[in-house]
Design a protein around this ligand. Structure first.
Ligand SMILES: [Zn+2]
Ligand SMILES: [Zn+2]
Length: 245
């Protein structure tokens, strides 16, 4: 399986990541990627960029070292209702919107509250993809998330950094989630979640996991930049229809 897309990477703008966009793009190019997401953390995370960062992304080149660049955000879910920490007028201008739960940004809650928050964010037409459901900080109903992802056709991530963390709960969660993805046959995206250039496009642990779980190749977005771009364009068209209705 040829992996051509990594949509989840961070730059120095995130505050706790250590490479520039140019360094990440060069690494992506050397790994043979064709499409790279630049998804720095939303403003409610400690050290993350302000909204000014997200308002100025249009100055970036569309391509670096032969790799197409999608500037976006990894937005933080900040409430049980699944609200994000980036206002709609900013989200509407971004080329890629990932969303997930992070410590110090989300208040925490019961499994039901956490799952509701995650699914509400997934239902938001301004969200493109959901990240790292396997992280252990906030317990989620992983079966419900895999089922909803298949229904809504919104990809949920198998996060390579989570799998590399060495924490048993995280590994178990990721394995259970992958089994549910195989069962409900929803779309899936593998993300490196690189916070340094040497991790960009590294999917070794996630690839092992999807093979073990029996997730089919046609469920995986990373093999086709065209499929990702078509999906993102369709999401934006749907939003436009909602905004003008
Ligand atoms: Zn994250
Ligand atoms: Zn991330």
């Amino acid at each position: 399986m040829e992996m051509l897309v990594d949509l989840h990477t961070h730059t120095i703008s995130s505050g706790h990541a250590y490479s520039t966009l140019s360094e990440n793009a060069l690494a992506a190019s050397r790994r043979g990627l064709k499409l790279l997401g630049m998804t720095d953390h939303g403003p409610s995370m400690l050290g993350a960029p302000s909204l000014y960062h997200f308002g100025n992304l249009a100055i970036l080149p569309a391509e670096l070292y032969g790799v197409a660049i999608l500037p976006g955000v990894e937005a933080n879910i900040i409430s049980h209702e699944g609200e994000l920490d980036v206002p709609l007028d900013y989200l509407g201008r971004l080329k890629l919107v990932l969303a997930g739960l992070h410590e110090n940004c989300y208040p925490g809650g019961t499994v039901e509250q956490n799952t509701q928050a995650y699914i509400r964010a997934m239902e938001n037409p301004f969200t493109d993809m959901m990240v790292h459901p396997g992280r252990p900080e906030f317990e989620l109903d992983l079966e419900k998330i895999a089922y909803k992802s298949a229904q809504l056709k919104v990809p949920v991530e198998i996060n390579n950094s989570s799998l590399s963390s060495g924490k048993k709960t995280t590994q178990d969660n990721c394995h259970r989630f992958a089994n549910y993805v195989a069962k409900y046959k929803g779309p899936v995206i593998l993300g490196s979640d690189a916070h340094y250039w040497d991790r960009v496009g590294v999917f070794s642990r996630s690839l092992e996991l999807i093979q073990e779980a029996g997730i089919r190749e046609d469920q995986i977005f990373n093999t086709s930049p065209e499929r990702v771009l078509d999906y993102l364009a369709a999401r934006r068209k749907k939003r436009f229809n909602i905004q003008t209705a």
